[in-house]
Structure formats: C-alpha cells, structure tokens
Design a protein around this ligand. Structure first.
Ligand code: HEC
Length: 135
C-alpha cells in the first residue's frame, strides 16, 4: 500500500510538472544566465553588444554561423584565416569543440585561452552568444 501511494504521488508530480510546461530534459537545456556568467572568462579579450569593438580578440556579435577568421577589420592568425578558407564555420558544434580546447582546433592560433572543460558551461555560453547573433 505504501508503494502504491508513492507511485500515485510520483504520477501527480509528473502531471504537475508537465502542466507547468517543464520539459523532462530541463537539466540538459541551456541556461543563458549561466552563459553570461561564463562569458566573464572571455571579456578580457572579447566584447559583445551594440557598442562592441574588436579588442585582443574579435568582437563576437553574429559569430554563430559565421566563417572562422572572417570578422571585418580584425587581424587573425594565419592559422585561423586558413581554417575559415578551408571551410570551418562556427556552428554550435564547432564552436563548442574550439571552446573546449582552442589549441586542438587552431594549434597555431593566437587565442591564449586554455578552454572550458564543462560541456554544460560551453552550451550555456553558446546560448548566451546566440542572443548576440542574428537567427
Ligand atoms: C586572452 C585573450 C582571449 C580570451 C580570454 C578568449 N579569447 Fe577568443 N580569441 C582571442 C584571440 C586573440 C582570437 C583570434 C584567434 C586567431 O586569430 O587565431 C580569438 C578568437 C576567438 C574566436 C574565433 C572568432 C572568429 O571570428 O573566427 C571565438 C569564437 C572566440 N575567440 C571565442 C572566445 C570565447 C567564447 C572565450 C571565452 C570562453 C574566449 N574566446 C576567450 C583571444 C581570447
């Protein structure tokens, strides 16, 4: 009887969550607010937003979906320019791969950043950058 009671309670909870529109995979979904927090690691070198200019690194508005090494007015490493010329585009996947370990993607690139090991942090960061990219 106790087990049946627990089961009924679990069913009620599941029904309540679905009523509230909470997806089952909530823990997996990206969190833009955390992404903004993770972006603090990038701010020393990158800017985003209406007034963003190139700094140590290129401004990151509209970076998602853009060819690598292709922001106007920024001087990239030869390595990054060549990656773009040979077809690298910053899809969310490629961006995640680069941000995990920049030197693995661009061994002779000039981004002096060790990378972000946590996949959820990378996903959140990319969701944050997406808010500065045209759909
Ligand atoms: C110490 C400075 C520094 C930090 C910190 C840094 N970057 Fe960079 N980033 C650069 C430089 C310099 C480049 C240009 C790389 C090249 O030309 O090889 C670059 C390039 C990039 C590119 C490629 C842009 C393009 O137009 O192809 C992306 C995307 C990027 N950085 C994202 C990030 C993100 C996100 C973070 C934070 C997690 C970050 N970077 C942290 C300096 C930095």
């Amino acid at each position: 009887m106790i087990e049946a009671g627990k089961f009924a309670a679990a069913l009620k909870l599941a029904a309540l969550l679905s009523m509230l529109g909470v997806p089952a995979a909530l823990a997996q979904s990206a969190n833009v607010e955390n992404g903004a927090d993770v972006f603090k690691k990038c701010r020393a070198c990158h800017l985003v937003g209406d007034t963003a200019k190139h700094a140590v690194g290129p401004a990151l508005n509209n970076v998602i979906g853009r060819k690598a090494g292709a922001a106007d007015g920024y001087t990239y490493s030869d390595n990054m320019r060549e990656l773009g010329q040979s077809g690298l585009v910053w899809s969310e996947n490629e961006l995640s791969r680069y941000l995990e370990n920049p030197k693995a993607v661009a061994p002779r690139g000039k981004m002096a950043f060790p990378g972000i090991a946590d996949a959820q942090d990378r996903a959140d960061l990319i969701a944050f950058l997406k808010t500065f990219s045209k759909p």
